[in-house]
Design a protein around this ligand. Structure first.
Ligand code: ADP
Ligand code: MG
Length: 212
């Protein structure tokens, strides 16, 4: 089993959005996937699951302190992929997440102010295999990638901070599909949101969560 964690020190950067869309995409690709909602205040993933008609992927809620046991249980139950959608803060307990994660995604918006916040995590002991992912990128009208996105991406690369080659754009489809209890790949299978999530999962599985 591979374990993917999504962490950040603040809310609203897209942890739950990415976790949910990735979990449905993974399930569609035949991976038995367990999505864990660790944010008891927002409860985004579990609320989404409660309005969803399909039972898969399985979504459970948990406390950070339960994570080692839950990881063992998911391994015993032969899940292929465990996705941990974390609460928006970085405390010492986050180390329990890093202990079980094969790969950690740090979503940020492509803004300079967000770059500063990265120092809160990238020196965490135990954060080994990780990547920043730029979420909610806005395309300039006539180019695929905005100047701002490219600039932030270049800065990350210059500082040797790993960054996903797949950027996630700000798209209504990410929100609209979730509001209907679906995910991008079920909502508009060929749509841009679905294509981006598909590419992101492929990259995570190939580079981030590959077998040792
Ligand atoms: N790429 C995106 N395009 C459009 N809306 C997005 C995108 N990413 C996140 N959102 C929206 O931003 C809000 C916060 O996202 P969420 O995933 O709940 O953040 P977090 O889990 O980090 O607190 C939600 O309303 C979500 O629908
Ligand atoms: Mg969340």
């Amino acid at each position: 089993m591979k374990t993917l964690a999504l962490i950040s020190h603040k809310g609203g950067v897209g942890k739950s959005t990415l976790a949910i869309h990735l979990s449905v995409q993974a399930k569609q690709q035949g991976l038995e996937t367990l999505l864990v909602d660790l944010d008891s205040i927002s409860s985004t993933a579990s609320e989404w699951a409660s309005i969803r008609e399909e039972e898969q992927p399985l979504v459970v809620t948990a406390e950070l302190s339960d994570i080692a046991e839950l990881h063992q249980q998911a391994t015993d139950e032969s899940f292929d992929l465990l996705i941990l959608d974390c609460a928006p803060y970085v405390t010492d307990e986050i180390l329990d997440i890093l202990r079980v994660a094969d790969f950690t995604l740090l979503p940020i918006f492509p803004r300079f102010s967000e770059l500063q916040s990265l120092s809160k995590y990238i020196n965490l002991p135990g954060l080994v295999a990780y990547s920043v992912i730029l979420n909610s990128c806005v395309a300039d009208s006539d180019v695929e990638e905005s100047f701002k996105t490219l600039e932030v991406q270049t800065m990350l690369e210059e500082h040797e901070i790993p960054v996903s080659p797949v950027n996630i754009t700000r798209l209504e489809a990410f929100t609209d599909s979730l509001n209907a209890g679906h995910a991008a790949c079920e909502y508009q299978a060929e749509g841009e949101a679905a294509v981006q999530i598909h590419k992101l999962l492929e990259w995570i599985l190939a580079e981030g969560c590959k077998d040792q």
